[in-house]
Design a protein around this ligand. Structure first.
Ligand SMILES: [Zn+2]
Length: 200
């Protein structure tokens, strides 16, 4: 077969459109003709490049989509953390209470010394008691009213300490409670409270 005919057939041959007979002729010719082999290799390479570029085009939008999906997932996640964090801060945990906003009252009920704390600024009172520390430490925070959980504006702390005979223990200078506020730390001496209530 002449080189010109082979070259004309090559595109169809590459696309697998030629007959078995033609295929045989073409393959035999390519074995012996360097020029046609060169044209064939070039055509094949071009088609491969086209295919690769076509694949890239089809892959790219997915990559972009994945990036966009990832971005929106991250934004959603960050927003959720911010919303949940803000909720807990403003409606659950709150910020430290100023000393002037709290009223402290003592009473003696059912063999207990009760120390009542009442928040006077209309916010919700939270108290975080640390029994591990000696003396016991109470930190007060205030937050806004929540529709899920409204714990009110007051809190009382009961103290019942007995000696061996079951009587109310006589408090000494060491018996105290530490109260932590935004602007100061107060120490309540149980001895003073017991004296004020006429217990010792
Ligand atoms: Zn040839």
């Amino acid at each position: 077969m002449k080189c010109e005919i082979i070259k004309d057939l090559l595109p169809s041959y590459i696309d697998d459109l030629t007959s078995t007979e033609s295929n045989f002729e073409i393959e035999e010719h390519l074995k012996t003709c360097q020029e046609c082999k060169g044209v064939f290799d070039l055509m094949k390479a071009e088609i491969n490049v086209e295919n690769i570029e076509l694949n890239k085009e089809t892959i790219k939008p997915f990559k972009k989509l994945n990036k966009r999906v990832l971005q929106s997932v991250l934004i959603t996640l960050a927003s959720c953390i911010l919303i949940v964090g803000s909720y807990f801060y403003f409606f659950e945990i709150g910020w430290k209470v100023a000393f002037k906003d709290i009223n402290i009252k003592y009473s003696y009920q059912d063999d207990n010394i009760l120390i009542g704390f009442k928040l006077t600024n209309g916010k919700v009172l939270n108290s975080w008691i640390n029994h591990k520390e000696a003396p016991v430490t109470i930190t007060f925070t205030e937050c806004f009213h929540s529709i899920f959980d409204d714990i009110g504006d007051s809190f009382s702390y009961g103290i019942r300490e007995e000696d061996e005979s079951g009587e109310m223990k006589t408090f000494t200078e060491d018996d105290c409670i530490i109260l932590k506020f935004k602007d100061k730390t107060e120490t309540l001496y149980l001895k003073e409270i017991a004296e004020e209530l006429g217990l010792q």
